[in-house]
Ligand binder design. Structure first.
Ligand code: NI
Ligand code: MN
Length: 227
């Protein structure tokens, strides 16, 4: 089975790889773009980029129902333990760890990470996933940073980047990010969930095609692509 990537709207992605089901930032409840509910998913692993409610989302409910592993930064894992979620693996920025489905490395992200109850969520992160079929970079919520060039040097097959503006990179900076990272393909995300982050992903994709050698993949919520 080839690795597949499915967008559930906003920053939420499902990845099927090596017989495992991964979900990044499981935000289903209250996500107007998601075509599915939290109760529909049965992941083996959740990965959480930062503490904001639109990213930690349904982590507690899904983790308690399924017993899946949750991978996040140290502070979020401490907070999850206090909520009764014990099956966690904490990492932190710059650190990589090998799991049975592949390797996860946390990267910097320029953003916030406060948890829904006001607890400190540590630094926000991005994710580099080295999987059997290639390497994915999900930047998490972030502004543009020049060190994306270093992330690109890891050899990124698919980059997942916000284009929504207001809270994260908008289309102009996300285009600069593509030029720094030089991924083979790029998926725009964190847009059009709400009016304040409404964007035209096809217009952005046309700019990516015109100005870079990266292939843009515009998904609708619920659609998948192969890695
Ligand atoms: Ni955020
Ligand atoms: Mn967000």
């Amino acid at each position: 089975m080839p690795t597949t990537i499915t967008w559930y709207g906003h920053g939420t992605f499902g990845i099927q790889t090596a017989g495992k089901s991964l979900i990044i930032d499981p935000f289903f409840t209250g996500n107007p773009a998601s075509p599915i509910k939290a109760s529909d998913v049965q992941p083996d692993v959740l990965l959480v980029t930062h503490g904001h409610g639109d990213h930690i989302g349904d982590t507690i409910e899904i983790a308690q129902r399924t017993g899946c592993l949750v991978i996040a930064n140290h502070e979020i894992c401490l907070w999850l333990a206090k909520q009764g979620v014990q099956n966690t693996h904490d990492q932190h920025i710059g650190g990589a760890h090998q799991y049975d489905f592949g390797t996860v490395k946390l990267t910097i992200a320029h953003h916030g990470s406060i948890l829904p109850d006001g607890s400190y969520g540590g630094n926000p992160c991005g994710l580099i996933l080295k999987l059997a079929d290639g390497t994915i970079y999900h930047s998490g919520d972030t502004g543009l940073f020049y060190d994306m060039k270093l992330i690109g040097e890891e050899g990124i097959d698919v980059a997942i980047l916000p284009i929504g503006d207001n809270y994260t990179m908008g289309p102009d900076d996300a285009l600069k990010a593509v030029k720094l990272i030089q991924p083979k393909r790029v998926i725009p995300e964190h847009h059009s969930t709400w009016p304040v982050i409404a964007q035209d992903p096809h217009a952005w994709a046309a700019r990516v095609r015109a100005e870079t050698t990266t292939e843009p993949i515009v998904l609708q919520p619920g659609e998948s692509t192969r890695l």
